[in-house]
Design a protein around this ligand. Sequence first.
Ligand code: G3H
Ligand code: 13P
Ligand code: ZN
Length: 333
Amino acid sequence: MVSYKDLGLVNTRDMFAKAIKGGYAIPAFNFNNMEQLQAIVQAAAETKSPVILQVSKGARQYANATLLRYMAEGAVEYAKELGWEHPQIVLHLDHGDSFELCKSCVDMGFSSVMIDGSHLPYDENVALTRKVVDYAHKYDVTVEGELGVLAGVEDDVKAEHHTYTRPEEVVDFVTKTGCDSLAISIGTSHGAYKFKPEQCHVDPATGRLVPPPLAFDVLEGVMKELPGFPIVLHGSSSVPQEEVDTINKYGGKLEAAIGIPEDELRKAASMAVCKINIDSDSRLAMTAAVRKVLAEHPGEFDPRKYLGPARDNMKKLYIHKIVNVLGSNGKAE
Ligand code: G3H
Ligand code: 13P
Ligand code: ZN
């Protein structure tokens, strides 16, 4: 049993309370490898932004659970080395799908876990979330639950349509489970293809496709039922078109990839949304840089020569999100 407190990590409780009061959101960036982690820590340290390092079940399988946990411990020390005196870093399990997985993360030094029972019948979601909360709270680890289903692929489950969160259920869910934050469904979804082109209209100024707005009425309904309660938005990548264009220019094939417009995320962050999950944008930034370097320098075979630019491109993206979208810069001096 390792306590996250001994690793210099923090849970989400104070972080979220301050974010809601301050009208900004904490970035939750997924990581699977060293370059992503370096870019996240550099971006957070430079902007003095609290940050959530997210690890999915797939990331644990890919990178090895033990190694990832030591990487997160290393991240705290690295942040200090970069001159961030009091780093506020959360190590969070993204989309935990069982009690055993959540327990394993709590036992290995995670400071926060998500138990995603959103695909289960309501009562089973409540019971599973309650079980995780009971265990995690013994160690002061915070828990994110989820109500409502995002369209697309989530936890290996594919949903054709969104099932928006029902505001009339949230008080009962939060009271019965004791969860510390709630992920809701208001029209975001995972991956780089969040909308079909036929759902969008063309912006005459840019010629780009503009998707339909998020269901802010559902968010407002949730906020009315649960005043001041921390809300989480998954599937919040914006799919930057310049990264998509670079990928396509250098041999990639991403057609009609469409994300969430940044002004919608800014609006959500100014409301009760205090954790915004971003993974796909980092994947796009990494892939764009790697493709460009390899296309322009076909003789290159030193991974540092293409992973270095990939890291720089991800860092630029993270800083942009922190400063221009979430507004969390300077909140962890
Ligand atoms: O919500 C899912 C995250 O983007 C993690 O994705 O399961 O492929 O690691 P993954
Ligand atoms: P994106 O695929 O939009 O980056 O969402 C990531 C996410 O929600 C991780 O839990
Ligand atoms: Zn997610």
